[in-house]
Design a protein. Sequence first.
Lengths: 216, 201
Amino acid sequence: MNQNDEIRRRLSGVTSDEPPENLLQNIQNEIPADFAALAAKRPSALGARWWQVAALLVVFVGVGFFAWQASRDPLSPDFDDIAVRTEPRLAPERGRVLESESVAEGRAQSPELQATQESATQQSELFAHRSMQTTEAGSAASAIQERALAPAASTMPGQDLMTRSDAVRDRAEAITVQAAAPLCQNRGAPPPRRSLANKRSKNVRSKEGLAMWWAA
Amino acid sequence: MNTNAGPAQAGGMNVHAGVFQPPNTDEELLDRIRGGDRSAADALAQQEYRAVYAYLRKLTGDTDRAADLTQETFRKAWQSLGRFDGRSRISTWLHRIAYTTFLNAIRGPRLVSTDDDDPPPLADPSPSADDVLRQREDERRLRSAVMALPDPLRFTITAHYWGEMPVREIAEVEKITTVAVRKRLARALEQIERQLTGASS
């Protein structure tokens, strides 16, 4: 038997004796007359005082308010802008602006890239010029063709469809020319910046909302 | 809600007006007491006073002081009955009150008996007077060693060995795990051993 077992045995062996005979009677005599009223004061089911609940509520409201403010912070990321950068198709106009921005940035970063881009631009100009010539030649050819085919137009059922197809082709060529021209002209120009008007108005709306909330 | 079926329930059977009644569960007793039933409070006192007295007797080593502290314990229990949430057994709750009452009492001078001033019970013929004296001396030294423990260890060891509270109930009332209670018991035994070894050497 080790020492701990010996101490356990001695602790368990500490003797007691019978309580005095009148002890129970004394205890029962001391039961207060209003013990039922004392016993009826039950603790709340939550085990919490009302002020603890109120304090918790205030903390929740405070955290919620700051979270709401943070979500409207003008320094926070503009998710519209991010979406446009990743998916230019979502905003074609802005996508074109960002495309020219990235071209300008690339030019500034690499002379080789710049040379390649200049070459590409020259080829684009050449293509545009040829395209215009082709368009003029095509138009002339079409006019000749129309004049040549005019007598038989009423007897050919697909003629109207062919005319429409030519019109679409002409329009596509014109768009190509228009798109190529500004790209050449804007070379080296500072890229246009996005307006801050949207963010400004959002910030003003946030402050107005806060003021209305306080007034309420 | 737990039922009263622990080792501390020596007087668990109720005999009211000569009629045998089965032991009351804590829930039944509390419901009746909260309903204003005076006899339920009497039954509670009858059911628990022996165990509380025995615990305090072992803590104090003195019959009269243990009886006084038992009365004081029940007085406090009636006053704080409304704050009892029923999560532990009534006996566990009463033992905790008894221990607190004992701690308050020993702040005064000479409230833990050294048994020096109590004469040995000469009326008991079975053990010799020497044996009784030796046993009382052992108990006195042991009680001194227990009282020298830090409060958490002291409550744990006295509740377990003298209040006969299971480890699980001590864990509930102390709001710690049963593992922590067992660690406390082990540490308390080590410290008592050191105290006794140091005192004997």
